[in-house]
Write a protein that binds this ligand. Structure first.
Ligand code: NI
Length: 184
């Protein structure tokens, strides 16, 4: 087992990941502790963002740390206020472990929400931050990146996910195909 963390990240197949989360109403000490535990879980994964539903908490917030000097960030009840452009980005998700796909989303977005002090925040994001916010906000709406893929990517991803699930369940590897002796 890897190092134990406060939470285990839920993986694809768990219905919580397909459920829309509720607004955060109370930002109290308990909530701050929850965020700290989410950071610990995220760093251990390792990941750069983690949305509350991924640890089974159906609330609209996520934590992130792009490692770019801004440090730990928490965004509460986020909304996208505008979007422009298009960008392909090689995206991954802690709830779909090991898989990455080139996914097209808007390049620049406007974002608003609240921070951990309860202050309203509003900013523009591009590049990695824009991608992260869109990905994590999808989690709050019960949307996994599978739904942002084209049909071929989704087929490929679902196949790999099935293989991973079988491995996790301890199922034997499928036998290699061999030619079958045929009766005439
Ligand atoms: Ni994700």
């Amino acid at each position: 087992m890897p190092v134990s963390t406060p939470y285990q990240v839920l993986v694809v197949g768990n219905p919580v990941l397909n459920t829309r989360s509720d607004e955060v109403t109370d930002v109290d000490g308990k909530f701050v502790k929850l965020c700290e535990d989410m950071f610990t879980t995220m760093y251990a994964a390792p990941g750069i963002g983690l949305a509350a539903p991924q640890i089974g908490v159906q609330k609209r917030f996520f934590v992130y740390d792009l490692g770019a000097g801004d440090g730990q960030q928490v965004l509460i009840n986020p909304e996208i206020t505008g979007a422009e452009g298009e960008m392909e980005y090689y995206e991954g998700c802690l709830s779909i472990p090991g898989l990455h796909f080139d996914i097209v989303r808007p390049e620049r977005i406007g974002v608003k929400g609240r921070d951990l002090d309860g202050n309203e925040v509003e900013f523009e994001a591009d590049d990695l931050l824009a991608r992260l916010v869109q990905h994590e906000l999808d989690h709050l709406d019960g949307i996994l990146m599978l739904e942002r893929m084209d049909d071929d990517q989704r087929k490929q991803a679902l196949k790999k996910i099935r293989e991973l699930q079988m491995k996790a369940a301890g199922a034997p590897e499928p036998e290699p195909k061999r030619s079958i002796f045929r009766l005439r």
